[in-house]
Write a protein that binds this ligand. Structure first.
Ligand code: ADP
Length: 586
């Protein structure tokens, strides 16, 4: 059975039941009304007849002569054949009965309800089944000073007769019923269509099949409502899809974040967290079995707990979000812990690994104190020479010249130191201040060679450039120059006299060119090699300082290589000397 049919059938049943109920109520009401009218008519007729009998008794002085049998002749006056007339004495004895021959033997009638009632009322009535005829009788009794006159007639207000009389009414009501039903069917047919469509729509939505765009609702009130519901559903579906997408994005974002993020319900249960959150929790607490939910109980997070105890349930004014943050240090790692409390008492915990930031901070502090330390020596020297010159004005010209040259050398060292610091700072910031270009490596090496030719010759150093002609790297030219210049300067300064420097390119990883820069000089002891690229690190502090080194050369080289996403390492050559292996992007 289709939805529409079942709807109409149900509607018919409702309607039919109401109609039947309504008809039944009318019929019962009608029946009672008719019964009352008929009884009133019966009473009036019987009252007339009792009066007639009383009149007859008085006219014929029957009370005196006792000749009640004469009442029989009354039947000639009234046209009711089966009427029964009884005259009852005040003591209840029957004086006359039209339907009983031997009325003297009849029982006392004072106990008859109609007789009893008629003594105190204008008349008394009762409906009873007669034992002799087996039919229902309507008894009417009236009291006349010395006797009762009782008139009885067969009582036949039966349902069958009533229905027979009401036949026209029933036919009428059935016609009305059919007419109204036809009208109703017409009206409900279109409504049924809309309701069925709505029901189909609801079923499809429940099954997750979505809306069927082919549905066209009829133009009626339910149809309009249906259209509106579908419109609202479509909007909702669109918004839900959008929301799901946004949620998905947020989830993805959470999982690629470098921070550990977790959201908690007001009851402090996790509603959402990313992988980093657990990883960081493990690292902070050192407990591998720790769960996101229980972290608040951990002593290291007492700060979060007391913050929540203080603020949860009484969040600040709309607009200001209470939050707290602090740092935790664990086995050399630093973590930032931030707790943000929302207005519904739910909250968010963000864990950040700030080890690098903290290390950078420590490094900067170290660097600043190193710089101050490094600057102090040349400045003190310059000041010392200048003071000597001022105090000893009568020094001979050669001495004066000597001190002036010393002061100049120290100021040059100061300038070099400052230049190196500036370069390193620029490298740290890795900004766009180092534009990349195609750099011909062999030509850079030749340029460096020419720059340093005096020192190279002075030390009797020979440089063998074995880099392929025309080989290029994508790099910042001045940084590439700086790399080779620092390495050549170091070889000149530290490797020793008459050494040979060999620069060549090696087969390396795709996308990069690998270079070897080797000398056959004194070499760098193995135990220093790991720290050689640190800022201000020198192998032989005294000797290096004396030779004018800042201790920043190799730090600049390493940072320049790293800026190009290349790598650098140092090793001792077989047979002695130092070899630097490094790569630059092709
Ligand atoms: P600087 O800028 O003072 O030259 P570097 O950072 O360039 O400092 O070098 C650090 C130390 O490494 C130097 O003090 C020196 O002892 C050592 N060194 C560097 N290059 C060589 C080399 N080719 N042979 C021997 N020792 C070297």
């Amino acid at each position: 059975m289709t939805g529409r049919e079942s709807f109409r059938r149900r509607l018919f049943l409702y309607y039919f039941s109401i109609f039947i109920l309504f008809t039944a109520v009318i019929m019962v009401f009608q029946y009672h009304r008719e019964k009352n009218i008929r009884i009133a008519a019966l009473n009036s007729r019987m009252n007339d007849m009792a009066g007639l009998v009383d009149n007859y008794i008085n006219v014929n002085s029957l009370t005196k002569n006792g000749n009640y049998i004469l009442i029989d002749s009354v039947f000639r006056l009234i046209p009711v054949p089966d009427l029964r007339i009884t005259v009852i004495a005040i003591d209840g004895s029957v004086l006359y009965d039209s339907s009983v021959e031997d009325w003297n033997r009849m029982e006392n009638h004072l106990k008859r309800p109609e007789v009893g009632k008629s003594l105190f009322s204008p008349f008394g009535t009762a409906i009873r089944r007669s034992a002799s005829t087996g039919k229902d009788y309507y008894y009417f009794s009236r009291y006349f000073n010395t006797y009762y006159v009782r008139v009885a007639e067969e009582y036949n207000i039966n349902i069958k007769g009533f229905l027979k009389r009401e036949k026209i009414f029933l036919v009428f009501i059935t016609v009305v019923f059919v007419a109204i039903w036809a009208l109703l069917a017409l009206v409900t047919r279109r409504m049924g269509e809309s309701i069925t469509m709505l029901r189909d729509f609801a079923a499809r939505v429940r099954r997750g099949e979505g809306n069927d765009p082919g549905i066209v609702f009829p133009k009626n009130e339910i149809g309009e409502t249906g259209k509106e519901i579908v419109r609202i559903y479509n909007n909702l579906a669109r918004n839900t899809a959008e929301l799901t997408l946004q949620k998905e994005k947020l989830f993805r974002h959470l999982h690629v974040l470098n921070e550990g993020v977790a959201f908690f319900s007001p009851e402090r249960k996790v509603t959402l967290s990313n992988n980093h959150f657990l990883v960081f929790l493990n690292a902070i607490t050192g407990e591998h079995s720790i769960e996101a939910e229980g972290f608040i109980e951990h002593p290291l997070f007492a700060g979060v707990r007391s913050f929540l105890d203080r603020h949860q349930g009484s969040p600040g004014r709309q607009g200001d979000i209470p939050s707290t943050d602090f740092h935790i240090e664990k086995s050399g790692r630093f973590f930032g812990v931030k707790c943000i409390l929302f207005h519904d008492s739910s909250f968010e915990i963000v864990l950040t690994d700030i080890t690098r930031t903290e290390q950078t901070k420590a490094m900067r502090q170290q660097m600043t104190s190193n710089i101050a330390h490094e600057l102090k020596t040349p400045i003190a020297s310059v000041r010392g020479y200048l003071e000597t010159l001022m105090v000893n004005r009568d020094l001979d010209e050669d001495k004066k010249q000597y001190f002036l040259e010393k002061a100049l050398a120290q100021s040059i060292r100061l300038t070099e130191l400052i230049n190196d610091i500036v370069t390193l700072n620029k490298l740290d910031e890795t900004g766009s201040s180092f534009p990349f270009e195609t750099v011909d490596v062999a030509s850079v090496i030749r340029e460096v060679h020419d720059n340093l030719i005096t020192a190279i010759n002075k030390k009797g150093i020979s440089i063998d450039i074995a880099v392929e002609e025309g080989l290029t790297v994508t790099a910042n030219r001045s940084l590439v120059v700086s790399v080779f210049q620092n390495l050549v300067e170091n070889a000149v300064t530290y490797a020793g006299d008459n050494v040979t420097v060999t620069i060549r390119n090696l087969p390396g990883e795709a996308g990069y060119h690998t270079f070897s820069f080797a000398d056959n000089g004194v070499g760098i002891p193995e135990e220093h090699q790991a720290r050689i690229f640190e800022r201000f690190y020198r192998v032989d502090d005294g000797r290096s300082r004396k030779s004018g080194g800042t201790g920043l050369g190799l730090a600049i080289v390493k940072n320049a290589i790293l800026l190009h996403k290349g790598e650098i390492s140092v090793r001792t050559r077989t047979g002695g000397g130092t070899e630097f292996i490094f790569s630059l992007p092709a």
